[in-house]
Structures are given as C-alpha cells and as structure tokens.
Design a protein around this ligand. Structure first.
Ligand SMILES: [Zn+2]
Ligand SMILES: [Zn+2]
Length: 280
C-alpha cells in the first residue's frame, strides 16, 4: 500500500477514534487502556493494516482493531451465542444436551469429576474453530481480548463464581520458552486487565508428558497422572475456602481440567469450577 494512502487511513482512524471516544465514552474499548497501548495499536495498524480474523474484511474502527474482528462478525457471534445459551446444557460438563435431561450420558456414566461444574462457551466447529486456530496457530493475539471479555461475562453472571480465584491450566514445560507464549497463559494475562477480574494464581505446574492429541480419556488421564502438581508453598498462599475457576481453551475429553481439579481437591479446595472457551 502506498504510504500516502496509509497516512490518510491512519489520520481517518485518529479522527474516528477522537470522535468515538466522545460519543461512546463508557463503552469504548480504548477507555482504560494506557496512552502507550493506544499509540502502539494505532502504529501497528498504520504499518500492518489488519483484517477480520473471520471474514477477512479490512478493520476500520478501534473496537474492530482491538479484537481483530469486524463489528458484523462480533454481532453474529453474540447472536449465535445467545441462541445456543437457550439450549439445555449438562449440569456437570456444560455441553449441550441432545435428548438427555439435566446431565449428559458420559457424565451420567460416571467419569470421575473433581469439579462442581463446568461452563463452556462455544462449540469447536466452523467459524468458532477458526477463531481458536487463528488465535493459537496464527498468533493472532488480539483475539485474546475478545475471549477474555466473553469469559468475564460468563464469570460475572454466575453467583457461585463470585469471590473466586482463577487458576489457569498450566502449559507444558518449556512451551513459553520455545514458542514465546501459551494461549491460556496469554488469555489469562488479558483477562487480568479487565476491571473486576478475580485474582489469578498460576499455582499449577506441569511436568513433561506425551502429546495428548490422539489419546482416549483414560489414556490421557494416565498420561497426566502426577504430571500436574501444586507445591505446598503455592497452596499455602490461597485459602482453600475460596472457590476456584480453572480456565482452559478447549475441552475434549475433559481429562486435563479433571486432573487440575483433582490436584486442587487434594490440596483441600472444595469448590472447584471450570470455564472453557470451546468444547470439542
Ligand atoms: Zn468479519
Ligand atoms: Zn456432561
């Protein structure tokens, strides 16, 4: 793109930004963001004009740029989620029920659950799946802000989660060093920036284990046994009376969240819940 066009585009954004801050002062996504982040976002957009993570259209206003999603795609996602939220969900794992009542078949068949309840936000299919793959494998970090807002909406609407603490599922050892980041760790970092976010404790650690992808639930449980742990000194810093929210990106068999919950339970935590972005 010719630089004069870019200068014009950026100038338009700055003008739009100044006006929109005045018009939507309470809801504007840049409110509360420090001046360096605002300059960084505008600078980044000037050098690398962004496109929507879902439909590929050019991002224009600050909210679109911040979330890496155009207004229309965000509206569509909200509408689809509202529709899905009306469906019956399993009391234990949060997945939609087909013909079952209250609890889904796998949960009823007695897979061990150390958590009280799980809430899952989106199915891991179609455009939702694309959202996660673009974030995770396409390194589109702006999407973390979108996910963080949706998690915060979920947490603040559930009375059991008031006064809770957030515990992210730990990354495999060396992952942050190798890749520069981990999708759950970064998500929690962005979550912490939202006003009213519960305190975050990275108290769970992980030892090396086999890649889980091709394994069944039982194999995954065996693979993770003793590999997720919490030191006594970490446990001593948190009151076990506090409810805990374990955060993960995708729930497939539920083995990772179960193993994290089992470790927390062993350390004396009684009320353990989970919030996952996607269910597979
Ligand atoms: Zn879009
Ligand atoms: Zn279930």
């Amino acid at each position: 793109m010719r630089s004069s066009v870019r200068v014009r585009k950026t100038a338009k954004k700055i003008i739009f930004f100044s006006f929109s801050v005045k018009r939507h002062a309470s809801a504007h996504p840049y409110i509360g963001m420090n001046i360096f982040n605002k300059i960084f976002l505008l600078g980044k957009e000037f050098l690398f004009p962004g496109t929507c993570a879902l439909c590929g259209c050019s991002l224009i206003n600050p909210a679109e740029i911040r979330f890496s999603l155009c207004d229309k795609c965000r509206k569509d996602l909200t509408a689809a989620k509202q529709l899905a939220d009306r469906d019956n969900k399993c009391d234990l794992c949060g997945k939609p029920l087909i013909s079952e009542i209250n609890t889904c078949l796998p949960c009823r068949n007695g897979d061990k659950r150390s958590y009280e309840r799980l809430w899952v936000l989106y199915p891991y299919i179609g455009k939702y799946r694309r959202l996660l793959t673009t974030y995770k494998f396409g390194n589109n970090l702006a999407l973390a802000d979108y996910f963080a807002e949706k998690i915060m909406d979920t947490i603040s609407a559930i009375p059991e989660l008031n006064e809770a603490i957030i515990v992210p599922v730990p990354p495999r050892p060396g992952k942050i060093k190798d890749n520069g980041w981990d999708q759950v760790d970064y998500l929690v970092k962005r979550l912490k920036k939202i006003k009213g976010c519960p305190p975050v404790f990275r108290c769970l650690k992980r030892k090396k284990s086999k890649v889980q992808k091709q394994l069944s639930r039982t194999e995954r449980m065996n693979n993770l046994k003793g590999r997720i742990f919490m030191t006594d000194s970490a446990a001593a810093k948190i009151s076990p009376e506090k409810p805990v929210i374990v955060i993960d990106d995708v729930i497939t068999t539920g083995s990772t969240i179960e193993m994290c919950s089992a470790v927390l339970k062993e350390k004396g935590f009684k009320n353990i819940y989970g919030v996952c972005l996607f269910f597979d």
